[in-house]
Design a protein around this ligand. Sequence first.
Ligand SMILES: Cc1cc2nc3c(=O)[nH]c(=O)nc-3n(C[C@H](O)[C@H](O)[C@H](O)COP(=O)(O)OP(=O)(O)OC[C@H]3O[C@@H](n4cnc5c(N)ncnc54)[C@H](O)[C@@H]3O)c2cc1C
Length: 404
Amino acid sequence: MNHNYDAIIIGGGASGLMCAVTAKQNNPKLRIAVIEKNDRVGKKLLATGNGRCNLTNCSIDSSKYIGSFGKQSEHILKRYDTAQLLYRFGKLGLLTFADSEGRCYPLSRQASSVLDVLRYACERCGAEIFCGENINSIKNSGGRFEVVTRENRFSASKLVIACGSKAAPKLGGTASAADYLKNLGHQLIPFSPALCPLKTDSGLIKSLKGIRAAANVSLIRSNRQIKSEHGEVQFTDGALSGICIFNLSLYAQKGDAITLDLLPDISEEELFKLLLRYQELFARRGVEDLFTGILQKRLALAILKASGIRDFSADCRSIGKEQLLRAANTVKAFSFNVTDRCGFEQAQCAAGGVRGSEIDETTMQSKVRKNLYVCGEAIDICGECGGYNLHFAFASGILAGEQL
Ligand SMILES: Cc1cc2nc3c(=O)[nH]c(=O)nc-3n(C[C@H](O)[C@H](O)[C@H](O)COP(=O)(O)OP(=O)(O)OC[C@H]3O[C@@H](n4cnc5c(N)ncnc54)[C@H](O)[C@@H]3O)c2cc1C
C-alpha cells in the first residue's frame, strides 16, 4: 500500500514517540507516521529504571554526557530542562516524583505509565503508528523520502531517524540508524556498548560472584584517577557491575584498573589499628575470621588472598604487621584490571552514532541532507545513569518534532 505523509519517523521509542506527539501538538494538520519494527512501540522504555522508568533528573547538565554531541547537547538541555520536560509530561497526564538523589520517576512507579501517556497522546492527536514493519529501503529522490517496507511504501517530505542504538538487542536495539544514515550520506562512529559491566581477568572475581558491596570506586589509568563514583558494586561472572561501574564504563578503556575502597569512612591507618585489635579479639580463631564484623566473609577471604596471605589454617595472631598493613591497604584499594566492556546485551546504552558535527543542535536537522532529522541514541551521545539518556531522547525528540 502507498502512504503519503508530511513526515515519517523511524522508530517508536522514547525519542520517536515524543517527536510525533510534539509535531502534532504544534501543527494538528500534519500527517505523521511512526514506523516501528517491533510488534509494539516502546519496548525498551518499559524496561527502563528496572521497570520504573527514570525519565529525567533534577540536575540535567551537558557534563553528564560523553560523545561528539556531548557539548552540543547544552543548547537542547537548557531549552528543554527538567522542569520543561516534566511540565510537558504533566500535560500528557503523567504525575512524577524525584527521589533523594534527584532521579525522576512516574508517581505510579511503572514505566508503562510513561509509555501509555505517549501512546495515548499519539492516538488523540492522530499520529499514525505502524508496528511490525520491516524496512527494505530508504531513499531520497526529488525532495521526498521514500521508505519501503515488506508490505507498505511510505513517502514524505521530511524524515526523522529515531531508531536508537545497538544496545539491548532483545528490546529492539539495532544498528539500523547507522545503516540508514550512512546511506543518506552521513559519517558514523561505530556503536560500542556503554553503561555496562566491566570485564576483569582478576583470579579472585569468580570467588566473589553474587556479592554486592558499597564502595568508593575509582577508574585508574597510568596511576592517575580518571573518575570516581560511590555506590554498590556487584561482582558477577568475570565482571564488575552496578550503577557506579556503569557510569565509569563510559570512560573506561582496556588496561585501566577499577579500584574499590571498601571502607570509605575509615582511614587506612585506623583500619590497621582496628585489625591489630581484632587479632587479639579473635586470637583463637583462624585467619579467615580476621575481618569478622567488618566485611562479608567471601570478600574478606579475597582481600586476605590479594594481600598475599596464604595459610588459612593458622590463627589470627600469626599474621605479621607487614601483612596486616597490606590487608588494610587492599581493603582501601582493592584493584581489578579492566580487560573489556561487556557486550550490547548487557549495555543500557551505546556510544557512537551520527557525528555531532553533522547535526544542527538548534533543530536536530542533518547538515548533510535537508529535511532529514535525527534524535535520541542514534546520535553520538551517551549520558550517565540517572535519567540522563531518556531526558536527551525526549528533549531531542521534542526539538525535532517542532521542526516538522
Ligand atoms: C535495561 C535498560 C534500562 C534503561 N534505563 C534507563 C533509565 O532508567 N533512564 C534513562 O535515562 N535511560 C535508561 N536507559 C536508556 C534509554 O532507554 C535509551 O537511552 C532511550 O530509550 C533511547 O531512546 P531512543 O528513542 O533513541 O531509542 P529507543 O527507545 O531504543 O527507541 C528506538 C525504537 O526504534 C525501533 N527500531 C530500531 N530499529 C528499527 C528499524 N530498522 N525500523 C523500525 N524501527 C526500528 C526500536 O524497536 C525502538 O522501539 C535504559 C536502557 C536499557 C536497555
